[in-house]
Design a protein around this ligand. Structure first.
Ligand code: UDP
Length: 381
């Protein structure tokens, strides 16, 4: 079959590769001048530092098949994400771990003591935390919440943590030992030459043709048996029901000599510091040596129509609109919505790849049965 994939990010590449290997004819288009979507990396022209152009991407997964998949396309170097945060005039270790607790409270607690101590701080009347704030008050208590999460989250999401789901905070572990690895997954690493060559290698198949600087136009679909859309779900429908809200990011890039902050990611928990974090990109490639350093100060704000969408907001208002778009999509044939933008979800790279693999499998079994692939393989609601 002839298949059009809109978007040359992770979803498009992985689905395209699987279907190409199954003998289908794949055309991928992307309106940008590069592949890789927001995972795109490139070397800074002046310093040669590998830059995560759309913000930091650290690969971590528990899914062995996904880990083997990415390692089949590029060499992954060992990398552990160790994040620090500056708050109230001091620097602490994240995610909240025994060092953070002891430093913050000026104590020398052992694991069980720290567990009991935090349990004393916690609001145990919250039995089933629904919001971000409830999750924080239940598991770390008001002091650590105020220092590390409240201000940061207000800056990142532009709203009160009482309006956000607990799931956002559940991304971060709380540890009662000195393990300061930001992620709790079994596999973690960084592609040796960045994500773009990895995705180029996934796309490198005789049945795949990639056209960059090419925006989708409705008449294109006529030339294909099926379309996969990894752009914004509402964009497919020309925003006819309204716009799904996103947070966008502004990066203020600066170059320094030497080592600017001594780590890859420094968060800023205080509300009056306007940025959420500073990333120093050469520390994402600790196996490389660079004299100069490229850093990004990261600011978050509501996305305007012309901005790059990063984080889907998914609050009550957006979810209602999402449900309307999902109904519209389910009544549409010939197109399947995939990935972070296509399904309007906060997805990590490994989950994106897993879902793309599953989507390709579903397509192939539908093709075999002679039935069309539905609008969604993963339910966005
Ligand atoms: N968060 C926070 N303080 C921090 C780091 C994270 O309050 O120092 C909150 C914030 O709301 C963020 C969420 O935890 O959106 C998830 O953090 P993660 O580091 O996973 O965000 P990402 O790197 O995907 O932006």
């Amino acid at each position: 079959m002839k298949i059009l994939l809109v978007g040359a990010g992770l979803s498009g590449a992985v689905i395209g590769r699987s279907l190409a290997e199954a003998g289908h004819n794949i055309q991928i288009i992307d309106s940008r001048d590069h592949i890789g979507g927001n995972c795109h990396t490139e070397r800074d022209a002046d310093t040669r530092v590998m830059v995560h152009v759309y913000g930091p991407h650290i690969f971590h997964t528990d899914d062995q098949q996904v880990w083997e998949y990415v390692n089949g396309f590029t060499r992954f170097m060992p990398y552990k994400n160790r994040v620090k945060t500056t708050s109230q005039g001091a620097v602490y270790s994240l995610p909240v771990n025994l060092h953070t607790i002891n430093q913050f409270y000026g104590k020398t607690l052992r694991p069980n003591e720290a567990r009991a101590f935090l349990e004393d701080q916690a609001d145990t009347s919250i039995t089933d935390p629904q919001t971000f704030e409830e999750q924080a008050l239940r598991f770390v208590g008001p002091d650590l919440y105020a220092a590390f999460f409240k201000g940061y989250t207000e800056k990142q999401w532009g709203c009160s943590p009482t309006e956000l789901p607990a799931s956002i905070l559940k991304r971060l572990p709380v540890r009662f030992n000195y393990d300061d690895n930001y992620f709790f997954h079994r596999f973690q690493g960084m592609p040796e030459n960045g994500y773009t060559p990895m995705i180029a290698s996934i796309l490198d198949h005789p049945n795949i043709n990639v056209s960059l600087n090419t925006a989708y136009a409705a008449e294109m679909a006529d030339d294909f048996d099926h379309v996969f859309w990894s752009g914004p779900l509402d964009g497919w429908f020309d925003y006819r029901l309204g716009r799904l809200g996103y947070r966008t990011l502004d990066f203020e890039k600066f170059t320094e000599e030497g080592d600017y902050q001594g780590c890859a990611v420094m968060n800023y928990g205080d509300r009056d510091v306007p940025y959420t974090r500073i990333t120093e990109h050469k520390h994402f490639s600790p196996w490389e040596t660079h004299e100069a350093s490229v850093c990004y100060r990261e600011f978050s704000r509501a996305a305007d129509p012309d901005d790059i969408p990063y984080y889907p907001i998914r609050q009550v208002k957006e979810k209602a609109l999402l449900a309307d778009y999902v109904a519209l999509a389910n009544a549409t044939s010939g197109v399947t919505f995939v990935g972070r933008l296509g399904t309007y979800r906060y997805l990590d790279m490994d989950v994106t790849i897993r879902e793309a693999m599953d989507t390709a499998t579903a397509f192939l079994s539908h093709a075999k049965a002679g039935t069309p692939l539905p609008a969604f393989v993963q339910n966005p609601l």
